[in-house]
Design a protein around this ligand. Structure first.
Ligand SMILES: *Cc1c(COP(=O)(O)O)cnc(C)c1O
Length: 446
């Protein structure tokens, strides 16, 4: 169906031939777009096309086509799925942990009304997120209780606020870390009103540095895992199991911020701390993220002694940082379901990865090269994960990023490297098609 020109279109000013808004909105295909897009979005698209015609960038006759193209297949949200071919498992810029199929299903199931805080048997209100709490305690029996909040930073703010108030938080100078994008944990702690009591030096902190600082103003002793860097050489830190006795004697909670979210030791990352070990070693409270090595949704996980968790849960701030139903559902399913993609990528067998990479490299006319994967923002700083990549012509990186599916590769030494570690094997055909499309795009641009 065409759109009639406005009355008086025979007038010489071409702008008078621009289709009117009400006529465009009544066009069946444009009207159908409101099934997936809000009316104001459709109106904005229409207005933008009319403006382009008004300013002479397109002809009035092109307005309808322009609107249909702009609306065609446009999803309501702009976040696009990406194939992560970087080999970096927990890539903060790419949304950290990809969820398992079980977690995706749980997310969809909880999206409508759900019994997140309701007992369907009795019809009474129930404890919020009881399923996620039970799953955490089952996965980490060393913890007496658990609390889930928005993210790791929120967990740290809640813990220091509730435990220290305006008192002191003792922290080693070797653990004053910046987690990324300019966010520094010492600043975060100071923003709560607590006093940061720095002890030791950048490379060495001894037990006496901590015990000398313990006093009536101490709110808690904090250990922060240096998850994104390493101090090597002449170094010394005080392990949790050494700190725990003096803290207990002084009646001061010992808090361990582990970052990565491993609940139990992970053989593939021997150096990475885990919640079970930290609690067994005497930490009173452990803090971790849900979307790093745990492989779940963005969340802050607090595990530890019953009375400490209860203190945090009672604090008014707990309400401001509480997790939503989608997070609780996805977290529970991550813990209850099969091995999540993050751990699968971490444990990838190098020989199997080589075979798959070699096969795809041959199909794509690329070269098989050794390429180390990385844990990324999730921990395992500087730990290389031996693996492989397909080396292609470097000009493909840009077209691959804007393709469908979008593919993010690494460009190094004049090569575009595709590392399959974090690309699900069932996506191999789509990856091949994406490379073909990127090459066609390059060819057309030439
Ligand atoms: C990542 C990290 C945080 C912050 O956690 P988010 O979930 O990103 O808020 C805090 N502490 C450590 C040690 C971390 O590695």
């Amino acid at each position: 169906m065409s759109v009639p020109p406005p009355p008086g279109a025979q007038n010489t000013d071409p702008r008078r031939r621009i289709p009117r808004t009400d006529h465009l909105l009544a066009h069946p295909e444009i009207a159908a777009a409101t099934a997936t897009l809000s009316e104001h979005v459709v109106r904005d698209v229409v207005r933008a096309a009319q403006d382009r015609a008004r300013s002479g960038q397109i002809t009035p006759e092109q307005v309808l086509e322009e609107v249909l193209v702009a609306l065609g297949g446009r999803p309501a949200a702009s976040l696009r799925p990406v194939l992560n071919a970087t080999g970096v498992i927990v890539h903060t810029n790419l949304g950290r942990a990809p969820l398992s199929a079980a977690a995706r299903q749980a997310l969809a199931d909880a999206a409508g009304y759900t019994d997140v805080e309701f007992d369907l048997t009795t019809g009474a209100r129930s404890r919020r997120g009881a399923g996620a709490r039970a799953a955490l305690l089952a996965a980490c029996p060393e913890a007496e209780d658990a609390l889930v909040v928005n993210n790791g930073a929120a967990a740290l703010v809640l813990a220091t606020t509730a435990l220290a108030g305006t008192g002191e938080v003792i922290l080693s100078r070797g653990e004053m870390i910046e987690i990324g994008a300019g966010f520094r944990l010492p600043d975060l702690i100071a923003s709560t009103g607590a006093q940061l009591r720095e002890v030791g030096t950048t490379n060495r902190t001894h037990l006496a540095d901590v015990t000398d600082a313990l006093g009536p103003r101490t709110g808690c002793v904090l250990r922060i895992h240096t998850s994104n860097y390493r101090v090597i050489g002449f170094t010394s830190t005080v392990p949790v199991r050494v700190l725990s006795a003096p803290c207990r004697e002084a009646g001061v909670p010992l808090v361990a911020d582990l970052g990565s979210g491993l609940l139990a030791p992970e053989p593939a990352l021997a150096e990475e701390p885990d919640a079970a070990t930290a609690l067994r070693d005497g930490a009173d409270l452990v803090i971790a993220s849900g979307d790093k090595l745990l492989g779940g949704p963005q969340a802050g996980i607090l595990l530890g002694r019953g009375e400490i968790i209860a203190r945090l849960a009672r604090h008014p701030l707990a309400r401001a940082v509480r997790a939503d139903k989608l997070t609780l559902a996805a977290l529970e399913a991550t813990l209850t379901g099969p091995v999540p993609p993050v751990l699968e990528a971490l444990r990838t067998d190098s020989d199997a990865l080589r075979e798959r990479t070699e096969h795809l490299a041959a199909r794509l006319g690329g070269e098989l090269v050794a390429h180390d994967g990385r844990v990324g923002g999730g921990g395992g700083a500087e730990v290389p994960l031996p693996g492989w990549a397909i080396a292609l012509e470097p000009e493909l990186a840009g077209p691959l990023r804007i393709g469908d599916p979008a593919v993010v590769a690494t460009v190094r030494d004049e090569r575009c490297l595709l590392d399959l570690r974090c690309v699900p094997a069932e996506e191999d055909e789509r990856l091949v098609a994406a490379v073909d499309a990127a090459r066609a795009l390059r060819g057309a641009a030439r």
